[in-house]
Write a protein of this length. Structure first.
Length: 379
């Protein structure tokens, strides 16, 4: 239980348009709910506000005691979002704290917080405006909307939670917030589950990637990088570029297995089958799959870009390289050719994740924040 023995009623607002079915379909359900299961063990009553229809209620058996509030009326997404604070008002009124899962849709949580006078934690795992600016341009309408919503939500929230110090500095500088309003709580890794285990079908020369198949991940560069190498690449994930990537792999006779989305519970076996993990992204927030690979003691190669360079110490906990096919290819060749380096980086990576990103460590930070806001509310 929490130190003051008081039950805290927490409401989590999912990202705009996201349902529990979404989490399940892309294989991230278990990873996302893990922290809330543990919070329950410490006296926190948890409610999820989702954008799914009544079929989200079928997940009640998988997350006992977590209340699920969804669009059980079958309203259009626009009408549901507009009336959400009223439709779920009975539960929202009785909550103690609201929290957002990401910035997109945080305006709905803010509106509810103002109606019912509840403290709001604006949490974001990645900087929405930065990602949109990279994808659509800094002056695009989408980027301007993202910055506008970030400013509105971050300014009004009682605490702003980000996953890295780099993101904290960005928010403070961009929106003129005080550091005292900020809290850095990193993404967590289930380190007891994601652990080294080479008893499976480990194969020399096997490369592994997990993530969305879109521009950000720079996967065409990875395919070009491994052309002609005696390696095979397993890719887990789906996205807008999948068909084009499959076509490129066929035409260039690259040995790639596109495995689609897989449940989070299956990922450790894939990590432990591989010789190296490669994340060739052009930019990142706080990549969970990279941390999970490191937790499995897998030697990792990451591009020297924002979001990755903060996690990898070159040739110590992983290997950094540029984003071009030539640079990625050189990194793969160097790492595959040096068994001692692979072993050293894998061991160091595992230790680094266990010490900094374990669920237990992040759980303590989450509980401390909830207690802090509950005490603030009562006084």
């Amino acid at each position: 239980m929490m130190s003051n023995q008081k039950c805290i009623r927490l409401v989590l607002f999912l990202t705009r348009g996201v349902s529990l079915q979404t989490w399940d379909k892309i294989g991230m359900f278990e990873r996302e709910v893990a922290i809330y299961r543990r919070l329950q063990e410490h006296g926190v009553q948890v409610t999820f506000v989702t954008y799914g229809d009544a079929s989200d209620l079928k997940y009640a058996d998988r997350i006992p005691s977590i209340r699920i509030l969804c669009n059980r009326w079958g309203l259009s997404p626009q009408r549901y979002e507009r009336w959400l604070p009223v439709l779920h008002g009975w539960y929202l009124l009785r909550a103690d704290i609201y929290k957002t899962n990401q910035t997109s849709g945080a305006d709905v949580a803010l509106r509810a917080a103002r109606i019912y006078h509840k403290p709001l934690i604006a949490r974001c795992g990645y900087m929405w405006s930065y990602f949109v600016s990279r994808e659509q341009g800094d002056d695009s309408e989408a980027a301007r909307l993202a910055r506008k919503q970030e400013k509105q939500v971050f300014t009004a929230a009682d605490r702003v939670v980000v996953t890295t110090e780099r993101m904290q500095n960005y928010v403070v500088d961009q929106y003129n917030l005080k550091n005292s309003k900020m809290k850095v709580i990193p993404n967590y890794v289930l380190t007891d589950f994601f652990r080294p285990n080479k008893n499976g079908t480990y194969k020399s020369g096997r490369i592994f990637f997990v993530g969305r198949l879109d521009d950000q991940k720079n996967l065409f560069a990875l395919l070009e990088a491994i052309q002609g190498l005696n390696v095979e690449l397993d890719i887990i994930g789906d996205g807008s570029q999948r068909k084009a990537l499959e076509k490129s792999a066929r035409e260039n006779k690259v040995n790639v297995h596109f495995l689609g989305n897989r449940p989070h519970t299956e990922l450790p076996q894939y990590f432990n089958k591989a010789e190296i993990f490669v994340l060739p992204s052009l930019y990142e927030g706080h990549p969970k799959t990279l941390l999970e690979a490191m937790s499995c003691g897998l030697p990792v190669i990451g591009t020297d870009v924002s979001g990755i360079r903060e996690l990898i110490s070159h040739r110590k906990t992983g290997y950094l390289c540029g984003t071009s096919p030539h640079q990625i290819r050189g990194a793969i060749q160097n790492v595959l050719a040096n068994k001692i380096l692979r072993t050293t980086m894998g061991k160091n990576a595992r230790q680094f994740v266990v010490e900094n990103f374990s669920l237990e460590r992040v759980l303590k930070m989450e509980l401390s924040l909830l207690e802090e806001l509950t005490y603030w509310k009562e006084t």
